[in-house]
Ligand binder design. Structure first.
Ligand code: AMP
Length: 582
């Protein structure tokens, strides 16, 4: 790894703030691109991109570097400079990654908003980051359907003076008309820039990106990562945990809208000089056998996916695997949600040949940690259902509310991290108090928000969230976000949202709604509210069930008791209800 100036001090810990590689100067893109372009890897495939319709586009390191530099120069010509925030609302395409790298190249801070989010979510994130420039596309594709990203963007930026330019990548034929004088054509901007753009020299601790994730409040939390530590930490795990070598073909099924896509589609694989496959659209479209075809065709050797995808393949059954050669697959890793033993066993047997050619392991992390923290390394025996042990460099523990370690095996407690590692987030953008809360709720620990337990061998099992955050198909969604989307509809007085176990998606969303006077419950009202949540937050946040209730259970202090709703829904013991008002 190259630094333009070496650091003077490795680590400084001034609880709850910390810094790594003090005094060091670098730019993460110099290690993602320049280092390879000046080596025999110049003509190696960096990205193999696949569209749902079978389109294939291959980008060598040389070509990718040229495009990133051109686009970086294009952004400069729009006046974007170091420290400016740029929102990227792009489908999972090389252009999305190019936009991210171009921002990093010139020191701008990117904030990628997942293309499955919708108007309200996009607008909130633009406003929170005060973004001057938005980069988007005319269309994204999922299950053959076109998603009108440009239309959503136009609605989201309507009336926002802070936004100066909207750069639009046209995948479809266009007549060149523009919806406002803020609009700039992506390809024209790219063509206008020279293919040489020196990387901006960044301090090791300068921000690289903001990525919003769900927390316990209605407002998403802008997790901030920096150039130096993130570059070192994500690469370290890529080389040690995934053990990536030049000859590997790595396929990451995440999206650039999530942290896994940031770290393991874009940054770490490029730093490592590897070949990464990524694909737009649904994994089972146009056929449930699509994944097997890709493994065989490209000789994929390492996969990073989520349990929800494995459970989906398991549901379709083994018939789709027949006739496919999966022997190239040496490692299958999952993260994002608990990996249930049944899914592990199925994938180990059918995708890894029961160990004959492959191995399957779990790893735990979150947006804030930038890379994996707990895992079963391929040299460790797997215990299906348990994620594994703390990885090198990570000090994790399970404690009670006072921060006292729970020593009794298999007793549940709170999962905490005790010492910052280089790629841990530095703050919550624009909200240092919220960052400090993460480090003070449990004394002297970073509280992950998760409940976990440790067995007699030190293997950790992550049970789920301790807070009101749902995990739907590996994506974090705050109950408060869905509730505030529901109550923003004119017919809704109050709403409470809970997660229900779902065999494929981990959890599904159920909402309890009280309507304002003069509105009556009906199936049509359910559809209206579902469409409203889709519009505000996007398809992943749509409640699959909505019950209309005359009133919601509340504590005497007026807090909605979701725990009670959940217990009733799942037929569980409601626990202590002494604080219930009625
Ligand atoms: P996100 O920040 O969106 O990546 O979500 C992180 C959350 O997903 C964690 O706090 C956990 O609740 C959950 N999670 C991630 N990986 C795992 C895993 N391997 N096992 C269980 N839960 C996980």
């Amino acid at each position: 790894m190259e630094w333009s100036r070496p650091w003077d001090q490795v680590f400084q810990w001034d609880y709850p703030t910390f810094r790594w590689f003090l005094g060091g100067k670098c730019n993460i893109t110099a290690n993602c691109l320049d280092r390879h372009v000046n080596s025999p890897r110049k003509n190696k495939a960096a990205f193999i991109w696949l569209g749902e319709d079978g389109t294939e586009r291959i980008f060598t390191y040389g070509r990718l570097a040229q495009m990133v530099n051109r686009f970086a120069n294009g952004l400069k010509s729009l006046g974007v400079k170091k420290g400016d925030r740029v929102v990227i609302y792009m489908p999972l395409t090389p252009e999305g990654a190019i936009a991210m790298l171009a921002c990093a190249r010139i020191g701008a801070i990117h904030s990628v908003v997942y293309a499955g989010f919708s108007v309200g979510a996009l607008r909130d994130r633009i406003l929170d980051a005060n973004a001057r420039v938005i980069i988007t596309a005319d269309a994204g594709y999922r299950r053959g359907r076109k998603v009108d990203l440009k239309g959503i963007t136009d609605e989201a930026v309507n009336g926002l003076d802070v936004v100066e330019k909207v750069v639009v990548w046209h995948r479809e034929a266009t007549d060149g008309s523009k919806s406002s004088d803020k609009e700039v054509d992506f390809d024209e901007l790219l063509e206008s820039g020279s293919p040489h753009c020196d990387p901006e020299e960044m301090d090791s601790e300068d921000p690289l990106y903001i990525l919003y994730t769900s927390g316990t409040t209605g407002r998403p939390k802008g997790v901030l990562h920096v150039h130096g530590g993130y570059m070192v930490g994500t690469y370290y795990h890529f080389k040690t945990f995934w053990d990536i070598k030049d000859e590997d073909v790595f396929w990451c099924t995440s999206d650039i809208g999530w942290v896994v896509g940031h770290s393991y589609i874009v940054y770490a694989p490029l730093i490592a000089g590897s070949t990464t496959v990524f694909r737009e659209g649904a994994p089972d479209y146009p056929s449930p056998g699509a994944a097997y075809e890709i493994i065989e065709k490209y000789g994929v050797s390492v996969i990073f996916t989520a349990p929800t995808a494995v459970r989906m393949l398991m549901r379709y059954g083994e018939s789709y695997i027949q006739g496919r050669d999966l022997r190239s697959l040496r490692l299958l890793t999952c993260a994002g949600e608990p990996l249930n033993p049944e899914a592990w066993r199925w994938a180990y047997e059918h995708l890894c040949g029961s160990g004959e050619w492959g191995y399957m392991t779990d790893n735990w992390w979150q947006t804030e940690t930038g890379g994996p923290c707990l895992a079963t390394l391929p040299i460790m025996p797997t215990k299906p259902g348990k994620v594994g042990k703390p990885m090198p460099g990570v000090i994790a523990d399970i404690v009670d509310r006072e921060g006292q370690p729970i020593t009794e095996p298999n007793k549940g407690g709170l999962l905490v991290l005790k010492r910052p590692f280089p790629h841990l987030f530095r703050t919550v953008y624009g909200n240092p108090e919220r960052y400090a809360q993460d480090w003070t709720r449990i004394p002297e620990c970073y509280f992950t928000g998760d409940v976990a337990l440790k067995d007699e061998d030190g293997y950790i099992m992550v049970v789920g969230r301790a807070d009101d955050v749902l995990n739907v198909a590996g994506h974090r969604i705050g109950t408060a976000e869905v509730e505030s989307a529901l109550v923003s509809h004119s017919t809704v007085a109050e709403a409470a949202v809970i997660g229900k176990p779902d065999p494929i998606r981990g959890e599904s969303i159920k909402a309890f709604v009280t309507l304002r006077m003069g509105n009556d419950p009906s199936q049509e009202m359910v559809s209206t509210l579902q469409a409203h949540v889709r519009h505000e937050l996007g398809p992943i946040a749509i409640p699959s069930e909505i019950d209309f209730v005359p009133t919601l259970p509340k504590t005497r202090s007026g807090k909605i008791m979701r725990r009670l709703l959940k217990a009733q829904e799942l037929g569980l013991d409601p626990g202590d209800i002494t604080t219930l008002e009625e």
